[in-house]
Design a protein around this ligand. Structure first.
Ligand code: HSE
Length: 331
């Protein structure tokens, strides 16, 4: 059985959940695909666990990384370069201004001839062309389904199934945290701060929640969709962004009186993120941490996708789809 070796960089909410899902699905994957996966390193910026024969994930999940007796000061960039592996998973939180540390991790993996799977939006939104061109040059793959829409297959749906279509527009709800907050405020009269705190406790929000609330996260996803589904070459600064801080219980009530809800919408064609009125029975009128995306195409017509848009476990489904697809190619 082919054994695919993985390096996980970033072991926070998403990294840990991914490891749990991988562990839980190991038997199923080996029966169905004749493929084994072993995690040969888990790395953070300033330290790592490394075992070239494969780490015991259950043990690694039991304690905080730095408390593990096998934890060493070997840094992520060194591990990515020198530990033998097929795929590097970049699961650190991103800084939208610099894309770091994810950008350096991704470039280092490609330099070392490793494929990349990531949930980290910032480097993909900031340096899409550079990353993809470098990957091509090195004969490597970069997969990023998990960067947009949590569990919803959008990028791979386009890659694998809608290839022949010209995508004319993509718009919808691309941020689970703000959708969760807006629905809680409207349906349960919960205050903004309490709803935000709940979203943070559920692991939905970014480490800096203003990215969610101020529309930055939606704009970043919009850039990724524009560049990868519509062949654009835009960056974050090209998008007009307003978040949900101005939305209060009065505006939500007023919207309701007119048979609508307020939702934070990203619109690629308009290059805009803004709160908009969505009529009650419109397919984009969804509640909770769900995302809803409308893809307008020339041949297939309109496609609407709805699913869980944030959350470490659901996002792991998208990570697994990329990891599995690359793994199958290596059999
Ligand atoms: N904070 C993001 C959201 C996580 O709420 O949608 C998923 O990208």
């Amino acid at each position: 059985m082919k054994e695919v070796k993985l390096i996980i960089v970033g072991f926070g909410n998403i990294g840990r959940r991914f490891a749990e899902v991988l562990e839980a699905k190991k038997g199923f994957i080996s029966r169905k695909y004749g493929l084994g996966f072993s995690v040969v390193a888990i790395a953070e910026k300033n330290g790592s666990l490394v075992n070239e024969k494969g780490l015991d994930l259950k043990k690694a999940l039991k304690v905080q990384l730095a408390r593990n007796p096998c934890w060493t000061g070997r840094k992520s960039l060194d591990v990515i370069k020198s530990v033998e592996a097929d795929i590097m998973l970049e699961l650190t939180p991103g800084d939208i201004r610099s894309g770091e540390p994810g950008l350096s991790h991704i470039m280092r993996a490609l330099e070392a001839g490793k494929d990349v799977v990531t949930s980290n939006k910032s480097p993909i939104a900031l340096k899409f062309r550079e990353i993809m061109e470098y990957a091509r040059k090195k004969g490597c793959e970069v997969r990023y389904e998990a960067t947009v829409g949590g569990a919803i297959p959008i990028i791979n749906l386009y890659r694998n199934t809608l290839q022949v279509n010209e995508v004319r527009n993509v718009y919808g709800i691309l941020n689970g945290t703000t959708n969760f907050i807006l629905s809680k405020m409207s349906e349960e009269s919960v205050d903004f701060d309490i709803a935000l705190k709940e979203a943070q406790e559920l692991g939905l929000a970014e480490s800096d929640a203003s990215y969610d609330v101020d529309g930055v996260d939606t704009a970043v996803k919009l850039v990724i969709l524009a560049n990868s589904l519509m062949g654009r070459n835009i960056s974050f600064k090209d998008v007009k962004v307003s978040g949900i801080r101005e939305v209060n219980s009065e505006t939500l009530d007023l919207a309701k009186k007119h048979g609508s809800e307020i939702r934070l919408i990203g619109d690629v064609a308009a290059m805009e993120v803004s709160p908009r009125l969505i009529p009650k029975n419109h397919p984009l009128n969804i509640s909770g941490a769900l995302n809803a995306v409308l893809i307008e195409t020339d041949v297939a017509g309109d496609i609407i996708l709805v699913g869980v848009g944030a959350g470490p476990r659901e996002t792991s489904s998208s990570l697994m789809s990329d990891v599995l697809d690359l793994g199958v190619r290596k059999r």
